[in-house]
Structures are given as C-alpha cells and as structure tokens.
Design a protein around this ligand. Structure first.
Ligand code: AKG
Ligand code: FE2
Length: 324
C-alpha cells in the first residue's frame, strides 16, 4: 500500500512530516493525504453534483462540448480523448481558471479563456469553483513543506507557482467496459502536483512503481491521492518523481468517478531549479529522457503538449495543428 501522510501533523512534528513527505515523493511519487481539512460533506456534495451532470442527456452535455472551446474547456465524450495515441474510455469536463481569452494568441496562450458550464446544472459552477480554491490552498501548503524538506526557502515555489496559476480540474467518469480496457492510458501528469478525489468504492487506478510493475491504488476514505507532476520532477532534477499511472476500465455494470485537481503555475512560469543539499543531489535521477514525451520547463509549453495530444480534434478544429 502507498504511504499515508497526515498534513495536520506538519504543524505538530514538522521534521517527521517532511522526511516522510520527501521519502514518499522520492520513492513512489504517490501517496494518500489525510488531515487536509477538507470535509467529507464537501467531497460528497461534489460527487452528488458530478452524478447529476453524468445523468444529463447528450444534448445537455454537448451544450458544453469541448469542440466548442478553443481553450480545451468543457465536456468530452467517451472515446473523445487520446493517451499515447489510443482512445481513453472516459467522459469528463475540463475546467480551468476563468479568464478572458487573449486576442490573436499564439501557442500555449490559447489555453487561457473562459470555462463552459451546463445551463441544466447551474449549481455546478459555484461548487467546483469553491472546490478548486480549497484544492489550491492544500496544494500550496504541500509545496511549502516540500520546499523546506528540500532545504530551500519556504517560498521558493511561490513566485513560480502562486501567481495566476493555470490549474486544471476534471470531473471524470469511467464506465464499465468489456471492449476497451483503457480508462486512461499510462501517463505522467504535466503540472506540479495532483490532488485526486476518488468516489468511495471506485477501483481501477494503477501506479507504475518500477518499470512494468503496476500496483492497484484503491481509494482510502477521507484521503486525497497525491502525485508529483513533471514540473516538480524538473525542479528537483528527478529527485522527486513524476510517476506513470493509468486507469483500467471497470468491469461492465460498475463505474469509477474521480475529480483530479492539477496544481500548475502560470502559463509562462519557468520552473525554478532547486539547488539540493549534497546528500539529496547524490540521489537525484535526473529528468527522465523519453523521446516520446519531451518535458518542458515552461509550464505552458508542457500543458500545450499534453492538451493538444489528448484532444487532437480540438487542436485541429480551432488551431489547425496536428500534434506530434
Ligand atoms: O481518474 C483518475 O483516477 C486518474 C485520472 C488521471 O490520472 C488524470 O486525469 O491525469
Ligand atoms: Fe494523471
């Protein structure tokens, strides 16, 4: 089982918390987080709203189809997303910061713009906006603990990560499928860190602890599943590990519901490289060099890579590009 970390303990016994945080993020890159202060009722409210959205008809969902958004926001249908060029069997809404689009934007600046919200479920916008603010606060608390644990100033990531963050949030459902086993294909997350809320009882998440060695990660009541994104791997020269993970489609008749929150910096933020104490630097693995997945240190470039690859239909329709 993955380690369980208690964020509340960071106040009482910070040294122990930080060494556990460092170990978890170095060794598996994934852990459960409890003591985060987000109530069970809030999580239940989000799942109840997610279920109401899922129950809407195709027409009501497609009112906010991602094909209508040059900014890669809104609803994508089952099979509407690719990972490693293969179809993911999940339906989802993508939500980012609510901002004005940029006129004549180039490249990754196209990611900035408004969200699409379903008129059939007006409660969704305020609830998810508040949820995102709560998740940002938890994520930033964790980042400060990492900064201290890495021997840096508490605020080392704040300049890069705290201003105009281009966070991404999803509400995702994986229906049971006998035909397509790929809920979402194996990938690393492109941002800084991910806080994943999973509906109790939902199975299917797997994490690659060593090459081709996948373990099941079931939800743990009251916890978030936290994992490192590519930018923290870059910032620490691979000391902290962005671990590949995937979701297997549940068996027919059951489904999986999840709400991932990806903490990410401003689009033009360049990730600071933390100068690590000698004993940690000696154990850094370097940033993984994968010719199929270049990692960029400017967040926007990394996000543009992953968004255009995941939604080539949107990339083609609105931007006339065919992603590599
Ligand atoms: O839905 C999940 O449990 C994981 C989703 C995920 O890994 C992702 O969207 O990046
Ligand atoms: Fe992921």
């Amino acid at each position: 089982m993955l380690p369980v970390l208690d964020l509340a303990a960071a106040e009482g016994d910070p040294d122990t918390f930080r060494s556990e945080l460092l170990a978890a993020a170095h060794e598996s890159g994934f852990f459960y987080l409890v003591g985060h202060g987000v109530s069970k009722e809030k999580a239940e409210e989000i799942f109840a709203l997610a279920r109401r959205f899922i129950a809407l008809g195709d027409e009501e969902k497609n009112e906010i189809s991602q094909l209508k958004s040059p900014h890669f926001r809104g609803y994508s249908r089952l099979g509407g997303e690719l990972t490693n060029g293969a179809r993911d069997w999940r339906e989802q809404i993508d939500i980012g910061p609510e901002r004005e689009p940029i006129t004549d934007a180039e490249g990754y600046w196209n990611l900035q713009g408004p969200n699409l919200w379903p008129s059939a479920l007006p409660e969704l916008e305020p609830a998810l906006t508040a949820w995102g603010q709560g998740m940002s606060a938890v994520g930033l608390r964790l980042l400060r603990q990492w900064a201290l644990a890495l021997g840096a100033d508490e605020g080392v990531f704040d300049d890069a990560f705290a201003h105009h963050p281009a966070t991404l949030m999803k509400v995702v459902r994986y229906p049971g499928s006998a035909e397509n086993p790929q809920g979402v294909g194996a990938h690393k997350d492109s941002g800084v860190l991910t806080l994943l809320l999973v509906e109790p009882g939902s199975r299917g998440l797997q994490v690659e602890l060593a090459t081709n060695e996948w373990i099941d990660v079931p939800p743990l009541d009251g916890s978030f599943i936290v994992n490192i994104g590519e930018l923290l791997e870059v910032a620490t020269q691979g000391y902290l590990r962005a671990t590949r993970h995937r979701v297997l489609a549940p068996e027919p008749g059951v489904d999986r519901l999840s709400v991932p929150f990806f903490l990410s910096p401003a689009l033009d933020a360049v990730v600071p490289i933390v100068s690590l104490p000698e004993e940690l630097a000696a154990r850094s693995r370097g940033v993984e060099a994968d010719p199929d997945n270049p990692i960029f240190s400017t967040y926007g470039e990394n996000a543009w890579k992953s968004r255009t690859r995941a939604h080539p239909d949107v990339a083609q329709l609105h931007h006339g590009i065919t992603p590599a």
